[in-house]
Write a protein that binds this ligand. Structure first.
Ligand code: ADP
Ligand code: MG
Length: 371
């Protein structure tokens, strides 16, 4: 099922929770709705589900305007954080019950199943979800992960036209969270049903999504593939939100003859950058660069024209497996530098780092990406 929204807006009292959201969620995609807490993710998902009515705008499933169709007639599966199983029913019974309770009159399905049809579907689902050995167990006899798989299985068996997930893994421990997200992704690759997955966790979004819609304060900031959002952020918010480390930023000023960093007023920016700034008539803004793109200055190599050297002090260092995460001070501004070198760094030692023009992003004063 392809989902399309046109100018969706939701206002609670005076609060604009969603503002003019027009998106297309491609048929069969795994689309992640990402954004900080309060950005409107749940509101958006609940409108897709039919649990909330928009203040303005429409929702289309394929080409059908379903804005006025109630939730129970949309044949969607909604998976939240908690989705308890019936404790007095076995795994098999929990799955079958989901079909028994199927109501007639659903817009996208108009029939009720016989008990032998139910059995066939239960068997298929147990096989698909690799839960056959648990068929006769009660929920209390299952691990947390198995319980979640059965709970999702109760939705899978109904063959919904779309799965909607609202932060289903946010309250579980890291190991299970990792296991479950891999499992959900595999499930998608098997059933190939459109899935819309809400999370505030950018690493979850990057690892799961084919397609990410990033929300902030009820508005879309950027849509695209994980690579697209990481490599080509369209504004400062995206560059700060996406990535294991937020991007580093330094203010610059630029005139006809020179452009330089505002903090020390002496580190000049390469000619190539100056030309781009002149072309766009940008006189001030920020350069951004990722912690992963910084290199240490190699004293045996000459500095090239398209490189910038920053003389820093080490403020802090942390080792994470084979990575070192250094906090550096450059003229009073903290920068994050991630390196795989085995070298040890001392607090307060001097460290010269190298930025390459190719790895620089330029943002204008209104926090939009210039180039
Ligand atoms: P998210 O899921 O991204 O955390 P929500 O969609 O739950 O965000 O909420 C978006 C904004 O709308 C928030 O500022 C929230 O406080 C507000 N909001 C959500 N539901 C209601 C409601 N029923 N009444 C008033 N404000 C609400
Ligand atoms: Mg929410």
């Amino acid at each position: 099922m392809k989902i399309e929204t046109k100018n969706l807006t939701k206002i609670y009292g005076k609060k604009i929770a969603l503002n003019d959201i027009s998106v297309t969620i491609p048929e069969g995609s795994f689309t992640v709705i990402l954004g900080p807490s309060g950005s409107g993710k749940t509101t958006f998902l609940r409108i897709l589900a039919g649990l909330l009515y928009p203040s303005n705008g429409q929702v289309f499933f394929n080409e059908n305007n379903i804005t006025d169709i109630p939730a129970n007639k949309r044949n969607i599966a909604m998976v939240f954080q908690n989705y308890p199983l019936f404790p007095h029913m076995t795994v098999e019974e929990n799955l079958g019950f989901s079909l028994d309770s199927q109501r007639e009159g659903n817009l996208f399905r108009r029939r009720v199943f016989t008990s032998s049809e139910v059995q066939i579907k239960v068997d298929e689902t147990l096989e698909l979800l690799k839960l056959e050995e648990h068929r006769n167990k009660y929920p209390s006899q299952l691990s947390g992960g198995e319980q979640q798989r059965v709970a999702i299985g109760r939705e899978v068996i109904r063959k919904p036209v779309v799965f909607l997930f609202d932060e289903p893994l946010s309250n579980i421990d890291a190991r299970l969270r990792y296991e479950m997200r891999t499992w959900i992704r595999k499930l998608h690759d098997i059933v190939k049903t459109t899935m819309v997955y809400v999370t505030h966790d950018q690493s979850e979004a990057l690892s799961l999504g084919d397609n990410i819609i990033l929300l902030n304060e009820g508005e879309i900031t950027q849509m695209g593939s994980p690579e697209n959002l990481y490599d080509d952020p369209n504004q400062k918010f995206v560059a700060q939100f996406i990535g294991n480390f937020p991007m580093n930023f330094l203010q610059f000023k630029s005139s006809k003859n020179t452009s330089y960093l505002a903090l020390d007023e002496k580190t000049t920016l390469p000619k190539k950058l100056l030309n781009e700034l002149l072309k766009r008539e940008i006189t001030e803004g920020e350069i951004g660069f990722r912690a992963e793109s910084i290199r240490e200055v190699d004293p045996d190599k000459t500095i090239e024209e398209n490189q910038i050297v920053l003389e820093c002090n080490v403020v802090d260092s942390e080792k994470i497996l084979d990575q070192q995460v250094l906090t550096l001070d450059f003229s009073g501004e903290n920068l994050i530098f991630v390196t795989r070198t085995k070298k040890k760094f001392k607090i307060n030692q001097k460290l010269s780092i190298l930025l390459h023009t190719e790895n620089l992003y330029v943002f204008t004063r209104d926090n939009k990406r210039a180039f």
